[in-house]
Structures are given as structure tokens and as C-alpha cells.
Design a protein around this ligand. Sequence first.
Ligand SMILES: C[S@@+](CC[C@H](N)C(=O)[O-])C[C@H]1O[C@@H](n2cnc3c(N)ncnc32)[C@H](O)[C@@H]1O
Length: 256
Amino acid sequence: MEYGIAMRQRMGETWAILRQFSPGPLGPLERRRTISNKTLTLTPQVYKYLVRQGMREPDVLRNLREATSAQAGLAAGMQISPEQGAFMGMLASLMGARKTLEAGVFTGYSAAAVALALPDDGTVVACDISDKWSGLAREYWELAGVADKIDLRIAPAIQTMDALVDAGESGTFDFIFLDAEKTEYAAYYERALALLRPGGLVAIDNVLWNGSVADDTVIDTDTVAIRAFNEMVRHDDRVALSMVPIADGLTLAQKK
Ligand SMILES: C[S@@+](CC[C@H](N)C(=O)[O-])C[C@H]1O[C@@H](n2cnc3c(N)ncnc32)[C@H](O)[C@@H]1O
């Protein structure tokens, strides 16, 4: 494998030298060199391009991002990114999702992004332990026309999910998004699998944790918890798995 990478690098250098003497249209092999079969490291320039060209963020969601940034300052970094919102909305739409849940609401961007993709009778049970930002969330849910779809429950997410299981709602949810306390991911995940229908999807945020999960020298509580969670999901035969390198990393686990 390493030998292959080294060979490709050497060939790339050779091509670069040859092209100085023979400019002209790119040949098929050389064109191949200009693309990558690995996920790109996004430079700020490429990221800006992605956000500009790759989605149509509704004005109301962009305004919510700006209001969150103005009011929450650094904490605004907790919000999902616009490309992730577009991606999750599309997933929900592709699945024909109707009944959804999220753990971790903050100012309501992810809930709104998913709710906008649901049919008129679609619902989001939105779980957050704090109502500090619920006023801002509700304001923008109203503006987005999705307030009626979102059922905000202020309580620990585990408690709300357990209550849904106890109420006989197991196996009835289409899509669940986990973005609350990182050390509780494993507990949310078990409840999510109980609540999802077969074929339903649980999406788990921040699974790359700014890259620290891949660095064994980082051993803070959140990193260790996410690393252990990722390892557990990798071996979980109850789901089909795809970790997507969007934003801070999003694991998609589809219940079999
Ligand atoms: C990363 S933010 C969520 C961001 C949100 N998904 C968005 O798109 O803006 C995490 C949220 O989880 C909430 N939270 C933390 N612990 C929780 C718990 N045990 N149960 C429910 N929510 C919790 C926090 O109050 C915070 O609002």
C-alpha cells in the first residue's frame, strides 16, 4: 500500500517535469492524477466553494445561524453546519421519514433543517436538557413554518427516550439524530435502536471530534467516550454502517 502511494507520487513528479517540455491537453492518466479517490482535506477556499455551490440553504436557516452567532458567541460552534443540515434534510426526504427525534437542540438549526424536509404530518421530538436557547429556537421554527412539527421536550434525552419506549413507541421512528452529551452516546444509541423501525436511521454527530479520536495521545473524557462509541458501533451487527466525513464527522447507522 505504502509502496503504491510512493509510486504514484514519483509518477506525479515525473509527469510534472515532462509537462514543462510538452504542454497541451491532459492525457487520461494525467487527468486521473488531478482527482482523488480519498476524501479531500478541505482548505478554507474549497470549503467556501462547497457551501456556496453545494446547497441551497433557506434564508431562515442562514438567519438562524447569524442570530446564533450574534447571541451565543463561541457556543455557536455547537450548531451543525449548513452542509450537514442540507445532507440530513436530504436523508430524511430520501427515506420518506415522517417520525423523527433529535437529542441536542441548542438554537434549533438541526431540528429545523430536518423538519423542513418532512411532510406536513411529520414530527420531530426535540430533546434538550436546557431551555436556555429554546426561545431563539422557537422564534426561528415559527419563521420557518415548522413550529407545529417540533415537539420540544426539556429533560435529559435518556429520560425522554425511555418515556417513549415505555409509551409503546418502540419501532415507530424513521430517523434519529444524536448530538447531545458525548459521554452518553452509547446510551442514546441503544434507545435509538429500540425506537427506530427496521430500516430506520440513527445519525450520530461529532464522531471525528475535530480529529482527536484518531490521536491516541488525546485521552480527555469526551474523546475517550467517542472513540469507544465508534469502536462499539463498528462491531454492531444490528446496523449497516457508514461514517461520513462531513463537518465534525457523522456516523450513519441503519437498523437492520
Ligand atoms: C451540540 S449542541 C446541539 C446542536 C444542535 N443540534 C444544532 O444544530 O444547533 C448540544 C445540546 O445538547 C444539550 N444537552 C446536553 N446534555 C444533554 C442531555 N443529557 N439531554 C439532552 N440534551 C442535552 C445541550 O443543552 C445543547 O443544547
